[in-house]
Design a protein around this ligand. Sequence first.
Ligand code: SF4
Ligand code: SF4
Length: 428
Amino acid sequence: MSDSQQPSDFEPVDVFAETDGMDLRPGSDDCYKCSTCDTNCPVAEVDDDFPGPKFQGPEQWRLKRKDDYDIDDSITDCSNCLRCDTSCPSEVPLSQMHNTARSQYVDNQMSKLSVEYIRNRILSNYRTSAYLASLFPRTATFVMNFGPVRWVMEKGLGIPSERDFPEFATTTFRQWWKQRGGAQVQNPDKRVAYFHGCYSNYNTPEVAKALVHVYEELGYEIMVPEQKCSGTPMFANGMLSDARRHAETNVENLTAAIEDGADIIASCTSCSLALRQEYPELFDIDGIEDVSNHTYDALEYLRIYEDLEAELEGAEVDFPDLAYHAPCHSRNQGLDGQALELIENIDGVMAEDVGDSCSGISGTYGWKTEHYDVSMEIGEEMFEHMEHAEGDVGMTECPTCAMQMEHGTGYEIKHPLEVLEAALVSEE
Ligand code: SF4
Ligand code: SF4
């Protein structure tokens, strides 16, 4: 971003506490056992067997001072929603503790031949499955939702047959980007590198295209670096070695983009959270702090550097009323109010907040038979609020929250960037 650009009044909230290195045992001393994290944990609220974040974090790390302490297997029941992280008044690095403990549990205590390990490895490496599916997208969508196949997946792998597999795009975002000849705007003073993540590439390229159209309309030059998975599903499944391999590629390519004058933007709030917070918490890779400091959510970035109110003045869209859910990972970045504040400025569209509950799916968590019922029970509050809201179309920034919203209500789900595209960009 050039010095000539003036930030707007919007200030992002700095939610990331400084942490000292990778030894988390001292962090457990900052816990004064207030139990605020436990009362904010959506899993503990509905699952009486889950001991909660205070136990998963500081208490386990206190016990680990004795070298012989094994990690409790309930660590695999934490959904990695990070609500506890946001709520702790003492800045205990809870999610860092959970992610590290989960990884130690998987590495040292989980059988690599168990169905659970194999299933979790498949779920957390979604990028590989999605790449293979994208070679035959229509067939893959059909087969993955074919009753007998789903029965086998449920009985053999523990993937619940109640859920519908998302459709695979016939043209991925990266294919579309290549076909159109890449960036259509050249502007070294307003350059961004887009971290699209796996889902926008393989399943919802319309979200990624909306981002491209909006940013180009506002004069940005967009780079689309080579990238791998952000690592979010791998953190949640204790697969930190896999996540590190992906992070190394991402950090190398995103650092090169930063050197070319770009900031990094993401359309998925879990991807931006991974690059900003989880990477520097979990890995020590050259350039990782730079990547963390230059990463923004795509809407947040526009709210900082553009006068969106002026851009949207006079814009009118014919969009259905929207029931909006703020993902937990947007809350963790202090971004949960931004989509509604933005949409307030657009004539012709209404969006209603459906409350601050968790959607319950938390990435791969709700894709496991042992967690499906808990996932749906957590989501119940959101489903009810969606049904009471005026609109019968949902909106969220998180692709798995979108899956859960659709699953619980049958609504079509939009991304705020698609609303912004309708307001700012004339049809091609
Ligand atoms: S909220 Fe923080 S200080 Fe309170 S019990 Fe949880 S970890 Fe400890
Ligand atoms: S990350 Fe979410 S599910 Fe896990 S302990 Fe914290 S609040 Fe509970």
